[in-house]
Write a protein that binds this ligand. Structure first.
Ligand code: GLA
Length: 368
């Protein structure tokens, strides 16, 4: 790879997680996919030592001095850019000045990983400008660290890995301990619908970190490295050792890990009814035990779950708002999407945005 001297464009996708929520930071399993919506970042080199990044969402451009100190503490979206630049600078990379314009067709704060799309997209931009690449897993981990240090969210690895490793037509079964990825092909018989509750989530408000602390405390109390190490068969014997709410949090994680593996097997076998049931169970567990759903997401999943042709529906992502994901019969996708929108609209009192999406490739250079 040689350093870019001309203009170029990077595409960075959002993601939906089909199943495996709040399991990544417990060393567990997740099954996300990169989607065909995301960010388009148009870049051109610029004389001098500044990065100037603007967005079609408005607001002032983020201006970052490439030689200056990059402290955490910014509150604008430029903090994600600064965090990624800081990561490459820490590795000793000399980043040339550039200008970037971002356009997006992903709801911001909608639970589809707009922040990971920005981080991994910017990492791809910096690698293109410098004419060298990190191994993809290292790039994703650098972006996760940017999120921890510059956005204050102690997230797991799912989002950055999904955005970096996305593969067209496949979901990714990711073992968050070994970081091994098994691509799971999604048959043409099924389609994925995203239903946006319109409730903006803010993972930095402390609830996400609190859930993570509950899980870590539960693992410690059980003498385990992580909740991943508690087998479902072991659960009845150990649950009484945990106080509430740790018990409920751990019950979710233990069962959810098993559901991810069962779901991947059901998808590989084309058993859509079983896959759908597992999604419904996942949602109930996130609502009742992990307590990260909200009224709107519950109403959406209940209403969508009753529509003919919907195999299953659940909240996706960190929760507290954002989107739900449904697995549907692809042969009638347009009709089903319309029914889901109408039924959810009736339940909520206002029709939510609904769109069908497909599994797409990860962040990549598309032109230039
Ligand atoms: C957010 C985090 C992820 C993951 C999900 C919940 O999206 O960024 O690491 O923990 O929440 O599954």
């Amino acid at each position: 790879m040689t350093a870019a001297r001309d203009a170029f464009t990077v595409i960075s996708p959002g993601r939906v997680n089909l199943i495996g929520e709040h399991t990544d930071y417990n060393d567990g399993f997740v099954l996300p996919m990169a989607i065909d919506r995301g960010l388009r970042i148009a870049v051109r080199p610029r004389a001098g030592r500044m990065a100037v990044v603007s967005s079609d969402r408005g607001g002032p451009a983020a201006e970052i001095d490439l030689d200056g100190p990059l402290a955490a503490g910014r509150t604008d979206w430029g903090r994600y850019v600064a965090g990624v630049i800081a990561g490459y600078r820490r590795l000793g990379w000399e980043i040339p000045g550039f200008e970037a314009v971002i356009t997006a067709d992903l709801p911001a704060g909608g639970g589809l990983s707009s922040s990971a799309a920005l981080e991994v997209g910017m990492a791809t931009v910096l690698e293109t400008l410098c004419g060298r690449e990190l191994p993809t897993a290292e790039k994703a981990l650098l972006c996760q660290r940017a999120e921890h240090e510059f956005a204050g969210v102690p997230c797991g690895i799912m989002d950055q890995f999904a955005v970096a490793f996305g593969r067209a037509g496949h979901a990714l079964l990711l073992d968050c301990r070994s970081r091994e990825i098994r691509p799971v092909p999604l048959a043409d018989e099924v389609a994925i619908l995203v239903i946006d509750s319109g409730v903006k989530h803010a993972l930095a408000d402390g609830s996400y970190a609190a859930r993570r602390r509950d899980c870590e405390a539960a693992a410690r109390r059980l003498g385990k490295v992580a909740l991943r190490d508690v087998a479902p068969s072991e659960w009845p014997a150990v649950e009484a050792l945990l106080p509430e709410p740790e018990r409920r949090r751990a019950r979710h994680v233990v069962a959810e890990n098993a559901r991810v593996l069962a779901f991947a097997a059901a998808v590989e076998a084309g058993d859509w009814m079983r896959a759908g049931r597992l999604m419904a169970e996942s949602h109930a567990s996130l609502r009742d035990d992990f307590e990260v759903s909200c009224r709107e997401l519950d109403l959406i999943c209940e209403a969508a779950g009753k529509v003919a042709g919907v195999f299953g529906c659940r909240m996706t992502g960190g929760g507290f708002g954002g989107c739900a994901v449904a697995l549907i019969d692809a042969s009638r996708a347009a009709d089903i999407a319309a029914d889901v929108q109408a039924q959810c609209g009736e339940a909520l009192g206002a029709e939510p945005t609904v769109f069908a999406t497909g599994a797409a490739g990860g962040a990549r250079l598309v032109a230039g």
